[in-house]
Design a binder for this molecule. Structure first.
Ligand code: FES
Length: 78
């Protein structure tokens, strides 16, 4: 399943630190970047997000969010 085929968010409990989320949609390890953007020459780079503390993150799984990589609720709209 491609990153944005899920159609709803990836809800993840993240530990503090730097995370790399897929932006090209081709990763095999959604929602994290697996380097597919390089091998397939997408011209895209992963979203880098630094969490200062443990928290729950909702990462977009539909590709329609206006606040990527985070879900903004757009997946609920037709
Ligand atoms: S999963 Fe994409 S906006 Fe919610």
């Amino acid at each position: 399943m491609a990153m944005y085929d899920k159609g709803r968010p990836y809800v993840i409990r993240e530990e503090p630190g730097l995370k790399t989320y897929c932006s090209c949609g081709l990763t095999e390890e959604a929602p994290y970047c697996d380097g597919s953007h390089n091998g397939k020459h997408t011209g895209k780079r992963p979203y880098l997000v630094k969490f200062e503390q443990e928290q729950t993150a909702s990462i977009c799984g539909c590709g329609r969010s206006a606040n990527l990589p985070f879900c903004d609720g757009s997946h609920k709209q037709e």
